[in-house]
Design a protein around this ligand. Structure first.
Ligand code: PHB
Length: 377
């Protein structure tokens, strides 16, 4: 028998590979595999230069992780008032766009795709982090037990300013400009941060939204701000490059809702009509238990025709099964990507994983950032 051609061998091997490791598509974005790097705050932008990303160290960090089919950037604030942590990068100034360009170029050169997670923290901040600007929110309700980490140490976050209708329109425009800047910076698209108790989530859930105007009350009204942001972003960069991250049941940042299925159900149906690229779901409590009641994620999978990106506590077997069964189109990993720059290769081979060290998640410098080892070649 003749020896098979090398490309024929490759094809056979490829067909045996779990679907998690096979190419796919998220909206208009073609991806080499269905392993996604989740957005991860690392607090290593240049604050003195104006919250600018793109240092050699930042570039190296993302380049090391370009084995992911899709990278979602760390949250990048669309305006100074949207910043909630030290040294998080922005996406509203020209210097920030130039910095991000160095990162997107490196990721593309390494063969991956990257979207920007555009972020406004709303009430989860303190004037010490925003250049003196007050935190803003749908209503003047402070989150309980939430502290901000500033250069002066831990401080309780104050009662936020309730946005007026005119101010809401300005913030929607900040997201629109953030999306336009993301494309200028070479990103393949945008993930709107609608999760984890930050501004969009504060409008969605009635634990923070006590408005009595068109932005509060009914599920339709509470979803209005989220959908205005989605519409502004999609009009700017295309629905096929627009996604959103949602966490309907997480208690993170002291946020809750009396009926998550009602408000997120309405939102999902509206997002489906708009044909956006993906919804990135935090299934359960952020970084915690997955079995939190209140929302039917299997229903959401059926109700939304774009890509379903699953996240929260997945391991190798769960991720392979989720994509093979069609329960998800892709699976996002956070902490495992911090500790394993070559996570996709390790998952593919079933190789052991490095353990993440929480002590260095947010510290300046390369320790715990660019020094996690890859597997020996
Ligand atoms: C964090 O910095 O701890 C953080 C930021 C954004 C999130 C969740 C956690 O969505």
């Amino acid at each position: 028998m003749n020896a098979p051609l090398p490309h024929a061998i490759a094809r056979t091997l490829n067909a045996d590979l779990p679907k998690l490791f096979q190419p796919g598509r998220v909206g208009d974005i073609e991806i080499a595999n269905r392993v996604v790097m989740a957005p991860l705050t690392r607090s290593r932008a240049d604050e003195a230069a104006g919250d600018v990303p793109g240092s050699e160290m930042n570039v190296e960090y993302y380049r090391q992780r370009a084995g992911a089919g899709l990278i979602i950037s760390e949250g990048t604030q669309v305006a100074p008032a949207g910043k909630g942590y030290m040294a998080t990068p922005g996406i509203y100034s020209d210097a920030q766009v130039e910095g991000w360009k160095r990162i997107t170029d490196a990721v593309h050169a390494a063969g991956s795709k990257i979207v920007a997670q555009i972020w406004h923290v709303g009430r989860i901040t303190h004037p010490a982090l925003t250049g003196g600007l007050p935190p803003v929110a749908p209503s003047a309700v402070a989150p309980k037990g939430v502290v901000a980490y500033t250069h002066e140490g831990k401080v309780e976050v104050p009662v936020p300013h309730a946005l007026t209708v005119a101010e809401i329109a300005d913030v929607v425009d900040q997201y629109r400009r953030g999306a336009a800047n993301a494309i200028r910076a070479g990103f393949d698209g945008v993930e709107i941060h609608g999760a984890n108790g930050y501004l969009i989530d504060q409008f969605l859930r009635d634990g923070a939204n006590q408005r009595t105007d068109a932005y509060g009350g009914s599920p339709e009204n509470r979803a209005r701000f989220a959908l205005e942001v989605v519409d502004a972003v999609a009009a700017e960069i295309g629905a096929g490059r627009t996604g959103i991250r949602l966490s309907p049941v997480t208690p993170f940042n002291d946020l809750a809702d009396s009926d998550p299925q009602a408000v997120f159900g309405h939102l999902v149906r509206e997002l489906d009509l708009r044909g956006i690229a993906f919804i990135h779901w935090i299934e359960g409590a952020t970084g915690g238990p997955r079995d939190v009641p209140g929302f039917d994620f299997a229903w959401a999978r059926r109700a939304f025709r774009g890509s379903y990106i699953a996240n929260n506590g997945y391991d190798r077997a769960m991720a392979i099964d989720a994509v093979a069964s069609g329960r998800a189109d892709a699976v996002a990993f956070g902490r495992l990507f911090i500790a394993n720059p070559d996570l996709v290769q390790r998952l593919q081979r079933g190789a052991p994983l490095n353990a993440p060290n929480p002590q260095t998640f947010y510290t300046p410098g390369p320790a715990g950032y660019t020094d996690y080892p890859a597997l020996a070649a």
